[in-house]
Design a protein around this ligand. Sequence first.
Ligand SMILES: *[C@@H]1O[C@H](CO)[C@@H](O)[C@H](O)[C@H]1NC(C)=O
Length: 267
Amino acid sequence: MPSMITNAFLFILVFIGASLYGPIKRSGIFRGITKINVEGSKTIPLVQCEDLHVHNGLVYTACQHSDRAQDRTKWFPPMGIFDVIDFHTHGIGLYPDAENLFIFAVNHLPNPDHIKDPQSPAARSQIEIFKVSLPVDGSLPTTATHVKSVLHPAIRTPNDILPTGPSSFYVTNDHFYRDGFMRVLEDVSGPNYGRWSDSVHVDASGTKTVAHQVVSGLHNNNGIMRGMDNEVIIMSAAGGTMYRLKDDPVSKNLTLIKDVPLDSSTY
Ligand SMILES: *[C@@H]1O[C@H](CO)[C@@H](O)[C@H](O)[C@H]1NC(C)=O
């Protein structure tokens, strides 16, 4: 029955083609780079910047140090790269109160247990909280003081932070799988499948850090921010989807309102 075999073969080809179309389009391989609204602006050389936020007309951004020889091509757990160990920032979040600006930064540190036990994860990422005292005379702040490092098993593969207070925050875990084939499958199977990652809320105000999962069943939780009507927005990076969520102010749990599909990867 050759025709049935041909049909089955064609069906498989179409299925593979259809499955790859979304990931390839979202990857942007065939999209050109266009400059938008940059007339009269100045270029500042920065290295591998992940995130930026604006407060009082100042841009706070998380970049790699330009003097460092080791960049993301050697150590960057969020991309499954574990060759050389180094300090690496990722998403940041800002929380202003009357006198201070708190900066929350993901820090992808190596896992000390990994040296003894190669089966344990290579990275043990944590969140750093810094405090910037805003000068009363309105002059530019120049230093940030480290307040604390926040470590919790629920903070697994942190990507971005949305602060909810001077020592509490939402953090997205961008992957369920840290590396290997399943991680690739997790990336390309979105946005409809591979909805395996979660986001957590962390309260580090007390002596013991408390964290709980606030939403699961989303794909590749990446950037997190406030949206219109005080909604919480989470982006599925590889899935090209914007999730609109509602937060419960008491429990901090997030409820999904809507998936908004986009045609490019979104951070
Ligand atoms: C919030 O979510 C947690 C699961 O992470 C659940 O145990 C808890 O009951 C939820 N709280 C509310 C008020 O919905």
